[in-house]
Design a protein around this ligand. Structure first.
Ligand SMILES: [Mn+2]
Length: 337
């Protein structure tokens, strides 16, 4: 948490700063959108105006969240975004900790003279004016809750905030199944439910959002599964052609990597997918237990993330990337209880 002094200063900043921006990372997920909207609703409840900007479009299954419609997509609203950055005097950076994670907005953030406040749970943060960075936290949403609590403003948490924070905590813990889920997570979830969250409503938005095309794409990726039993590893892949065939929409492949991990005796799952816009392979890694996919991805696939969930990329072809991966895990040992 921020130090007591910093909390006091932040309280002061919230009173004096007039143009508050809330930023989150490229390809926003449930935690990114949930924490941004949760913080915005909180600020609104304090009568403080703010604007949320995300670098690019976010999946449809997150658009039901209260006020999601007002989120500015930087890629589409370039003029607005430029003005917003030029006039911002306070910027909250949520669920990312290095400017490269916001893609085309990177230089705008670096050049901005605004006071910058970081709330995030990824490793190795850049320097910010105020930093609340804690890799033991399962979700930025959980940290936003604790931030509100530390400000002594829990009474301002309403149903809207509760739905947003609940969603990010649900998605970043894999439905409260990852090891990062703690007793504290459940205590916070309990208090969010007391504010009126119905779990089935969130689950129906997040889980029951398939189009027929997405289900067929899922069928294709399941068909691609390759197992390396002696390494307890599953490999999944999708080609550009397959993505186009099933009319790929942003977010469609969300969660596919977890199917690898659901196989008996598998504790490491890797999903490789040809990017539709760029000439590289997008990679997702998931693990169970102590095997650190963040370190693995940093070391071999220009990526990173968390201990049990990380992303990466490769400039090789899909085929060569999978070969490279297999060669590496031949020598990597990952023992998981
Ligand atoms: Mn997160």
């Amino acid at each position: 948490m921020f130090s007591q002094n910093h909390l006091k200063e932040i309280r002061g900043l919230l009173k004096t700063k007039k143009n508050i921006l809330i930023l989150t990372h490229q390809n926003p997920d449930g935690d990114a959108i949930g924490s941004s909207l949760g913080l915005q609703h909180f600020l609104t409840n304090l009568n403080i105006r703010s604007t949320i900007i995300v670098p690019n479009e976010f999946p449809k299954f997150l658009k039901w969240m209260p006020n999601a419609k007002n989120i500015i997509i930087g890629e589409y609203r370039t003029k607005f975004t430029e003005i917003a950055f030029n006039t911002a005097d306070l910027i909250f950076c949520l669920d990312f900790n290095t400017a490269s994670r916001i893609n085309h907005l990177e230089s705008k953030l670096n050049e901005s003279k605004a006071v910058k406040i970081l709330i995030d749970h990824h490793q190795e943060p850049d320097p910010f004016n105020y930093t609340y960075s804690d890799t033991s936290q399962p979700a930025t949403c959980q940290m936003v809750y604790k931030f509100i609590e530390a400000l002594g403003e829990d009474s301002k948490i309403d149903k809207n905030i509760a739905y947003c924070l609940y969603t990010g905590m649900l998605t970043d813990t894999g439905g409260f199944r990852f090891r990062n889920t703690t007793a504290e997570t459940h205590r916070i979830i309990a208090s969010l439910m007391e504010k009126g969250v119905y779990p089935d409503i969130v689950a129906s938005h997040i889980l029951d959002c398939n189009t027929p095309e997405r289900l067929k794409l899922l069928g294709t990726v399941l068909d691609s599964i390759e197992l390396i039993p002696e390494k307890k590893t599953a490999i999944l892949s999708l080609t550009r052609e397959q993505l186009l065939k099933f009319k790929y929409q942003k977010g469609d492949t969300e969660g596919f990597v977890n199917y690898g991990l659901s196989i008996i005796n598998v504790n490491f799952s890797a999903f490789f997918m040809e990017d539709l816009q760029h000439d590289f392979i997008k990679i997702s890694f998931r693990s169970k237990g102590q095997f650190d996919v963040n370190q693995f991805s940093r070391k071999y696939f220009n990526g990173g993330g968390h201990i049990n969930a990380a992303g990466g990329r490769s400039e090789l072809s899909l085929e060569d990337t999978v070969i490279k991966f297999k060669t590496i895990i031949e020598k990597e040992t990952h023992e998981v209880p």
